[in-house]
Design a protein around this ligand. Structure first.
Ligand code: AMP
Length: 282
């Protein structure tokens, strides 16, 4: 695996492959890799000739500085996992190679409704930061295919919006959420859970499964209230549990029997904020 730190060197390295029309796949990450990330690498390897993974803990997307400071860093282990997965290029840029004019006065994207609900509402500025870094990473890598996880459901929608706004050529491929055996969605943040919290955490998945079971016959407001109560009694502090149109994230209050629907949740266990989602109609 080739490890590259500077965008210009990455461009130089990829140029001959581009000339040969080799499809380039890109998997952006913030490191502390797990099987969820490796699943994206594998999907990229199936669909492209060259896979580039980036590890960059993006300072502009953390609305909570404590969360940024505590974000797990495990580069040596990440390199081992990526080599084992057959990843071709690891891009690990320093902050000043991505934000060449500093971290202030950055551009603002018109994300519309998407920025006003769920993660957008509870993490002000977060999606602007995600777009600021993704615009820069996509410009550096210029991939044909971009692989992202459905676990960050709203983020995938935001990135599609960025691609459309900036008229970029890249095609977004979303990949299913990888889970631990007990259902907990894999996440780098799981490393920060205490043993006790880790034992409670799968309750999120179980709650989503219960929401799905009840969805077709139930009263949606009551289903959501029950789900929040279930999480709270397990020890979570719930930011939101929403049932929404899977295409535009508008809240659903009464289901028409055909609209694709998704349940999305964000909740804290101690200091760790976990998110997850589940399709209710597929
Ligand atoms: P992160 O390192 O958390 O920024 O995630 C990098 C990419 O991996 C994003 O596209 C995530 O959606 C994806 N990802 C994270 N966790 C999972 C998971 N459990 N299953 C599938 N994809 C994931």
């Amino acid at each position: 695996m080739t490890i590259i730190h500077q965008p210009a060197l990455l461009q130089h390295y990829l140029a001959p492959f581009r000339q040969k029309d080799f499809a380039i796949g890109f998997v952006p990450t913030m490191g502390a890799l797990h099987d969820g990330h490796i699943g994206l690498i594998q999907q990229s390897k199936r669909q492209t000739k060259i896979t580039v993974c980036s590890i960059f803990v993006n300072p502009t997307q953390f609305n909570d500085t404590a969360d940024f400071k505590k974000y797990p860093v495990r580069l040596e282990n990440d390199i081992r996992l990526l080599e084992r997965a057959g990843n071709n290029v690891l891009f690990v840029p320093p902050v000043d190679a991505i934000y060449t004019s500093g971290l202030t006065g950055l551009e603002n994207y018109d994300l519309g409704f998407l920025e006003t609900v769920l993660e957008g509402k509870y993490r002000p500025g977060h999606f602007q930061g995600v777009c600021q870094v993704m615009k820069r990473l996509l410009t550096a890598v210029e991939p044909d295919l971009l692989f992202m996880g459905e676990k960050d459901y709203q983020q995938c929608m935001v990135i599609q919006r960025l691609i459309d706004l900036e008229e970029m050529e890249v095609k977004l491929v979303t990949c299913p959420t990888q889970r631990e055996k007990d259902g907990l969605a894999m996440s780098s943040r799981n490393l920060r859970l205490t043993e006790k919290e880790r034992s409670i955490a799968p309750e999120i998945f179980k709650t989503l499964r219960e929401v799905k079971q009840k969805f077709r016959q139930g009263n949606i407001t009551a289903i959501k209230d029950d789900a929040v109560a279930r999480l709270q009694s397990a020890g979570f502090r719930v930011d939101y549990l929403e049932i929404a149109d899977a295409v535009n994230l508008q809240s659903i209050t009464a289901w028409d029997g055909s609209t694709p629907a998704v349940a999305l949740v964000a909740a804290f266990l101690g200091e760790v904020r976990l998110i997850d989602n589940m399709s209710l109609t597929s």
